[in-house]
Design a protein around this ligand. Structure first.
Ligand code: SAM
Ligand code: SF4
Ligand code: SF4
Length: 380
């Protein structure tokens, strides 16, 4: 039986129908927003589901058995995702990151990766395709992902101690399985592996040094450990500033224990500030989204699971690309690639988001009434 109702889930975040200009100009790859920022990085959420319940992202109390995830028909198909990605590439995107929810829960993800790996920039270069995962099923899937064309992988890991890690994921998942996932990724050549640790003061900050020591000793430069400041994304994690451990403190602890020196940024728009161990045992990064905003060169767009384009991690309104992908022009035709590309170009050209730079001022203001998008829906 077909669906005859609009699933509630589809109404969870506001989205505008993108405007399609009458006069179509071909993408030049030189698009920039109102603050002069180019479009280089597209993050694609392939599912809103996850097998973990990290308290800072999908707290168990809210994402329980009664929570209604998106029905499969709402999700963009692999063909729709690839079509959108191709249009973004024409506008200058060179890096794609698959995320979620937990992206490895999306069935047949290798098929999507193979489709994306076949895309080329206007200059004919392949794209940098990566994926962020909680690592729970990575040991089983690493080889197939690599064979499909994945280049690199980022694994989230919030502690080395098994008890702390089980508490962080809140589903009693053992740390050993994630470590096995990292090993498998390295074995099949998805190197260097980035490992992301979200630090919550008083909850897992005692894991900073043990995890750093483990990575230095076991992997050296093959694994880059990055510490992320706990962010006020969405509206369900009960974020408090006093639970944020500033990156400056993380660096101080690491420097004291192992000795650090700064490294230059590898690419413009990079989120992490890079440091290396003075003894040559690899590098680390800190992502200071709260204490040191990096909006001024933010070149990232985000495509939600159901095809809404978000211009900022902290946005409450998206732009409904799926409506163009599945809808019809006023005279009954399917929207063409040229029309959808032009609509994307207009949306980016009007972008002026810079939430982290304005965080303090915005928090002092009364809310607009619209809910901010949740991390598991938009991807990290
Ligand atoms: N499930 C996958 C994972 O955990 O890697 C991919 C999606 S997850 C939303 C992407 C990244 O966002 C993860 O590294 C996660 O730790 C991070 N994240 C989620 N909520 C966060 C928050 N409130 N503050 C900082 N980072 C957060
Ligand atoms: Fe799942 Fe990733 Fe969110 Fe944790 S951070 S609940 S693993 S989506
Ligand atoms: Fe980019 Fe928004 Fe984060 Fe600033 S707050 S860096 S604009 S995603």
């Amino acid at each position: 039986m077909g669906e005859t109702f609009i699933p509630l889930a589809d109404l969870r975040y506001a989205a505008d129908l993108p405007r399609v200009p009458e006069a179509l100009t071909a993408p030049t790859g030189l698009l920039s927003d109102r603050l002069g920022r180019p479009l280089r990085d597209l993050r694609i959420s392939v599912t809103d589901r996850c097998n973990f319940r990290c308290s800072y992202c999908m707290p168990k109390e809210l994402f329980d058995r009664d929570y209604r995830f998106l029905p499969h028909s709402s999700l963009l198909s692999f063909e729709e995702i690839t079509r959108v990605a191709r249009l973004f590439v024409a506008h200058g995107v060179v890096k794609l990151r698959l995320t979620g929810g937990e992206p490895l829960l999306r069935k047949g993800l290798e098929v999507l990766i193979a489709q994306l790996a076949a895309l080329r920039t206007p200059e004919g270069a392949p794209l940098d395709i990566t994926l962020t995962t909680n690592g729970s099923v990575l040991a089983r899937k690493a080889q197939a992902l690599r064979d499909a064309g994945l280049k690199r992988v980022t694994v989230s890991l919030d502690g080395l101690d098994d008890a702390v890690f089980r508490r962080m994921n809140d589903v009693d998942f053992p740390v050993a399985d994630v470590l096995a996932g990292i090993d498998a990724a390295l074995r099949v050549g998805l190197a260097p592996v980035k490992v992301n640790m979200v630090v919550k003061r008083g909850t897992n900050d005692d894991q900073i040094l043990p995890l750093a020591r483990h990575v230095r000793t076991h992997y050296g430069p093959q694994v880059v450990l990055r510490f992320i400041e706990y962010m006020d994304v969405g509206s369900s994690n009960g974020w408090r500033m006093d639970e944020v451990l500033p990156s400056a403190e993380v660096l101080q602890r690491l420097d004291q224990a192992f000795g650090l020196e700064p490294l230059a940024a590898a690419a413009a728009g990079e989120t992490a500030a890079r440091w290396r161990y003075r003894d040559g045992r690899g590098e680390i990064g800190v992502i200071s989204s709260v204490t040191q905003a990096f909006c001024s060169d933010c070149n990232r767009a985000r495509l939600s699971t159901e095809g809404k384009l978000f211009l900022c991690l902290f946005a409450s309104r998206g732009h409904d690309l799926r409506a163009l992908l599945r809808g019809r022009t006023p005279d009954g035709q399917a929207w063409s690639d040229a029309q959808i590309a032009a609509a994307i170009g207009l949306v980016w050209a009007e972008r002026e988001d810079r939430y982290s730079e304005l965080r303090g001022a915005l928090q002092a203001e009364p809310g607009s009434g619209e809910r901010r998008v949740e991390m598991h829906y938009i991807g990290g």
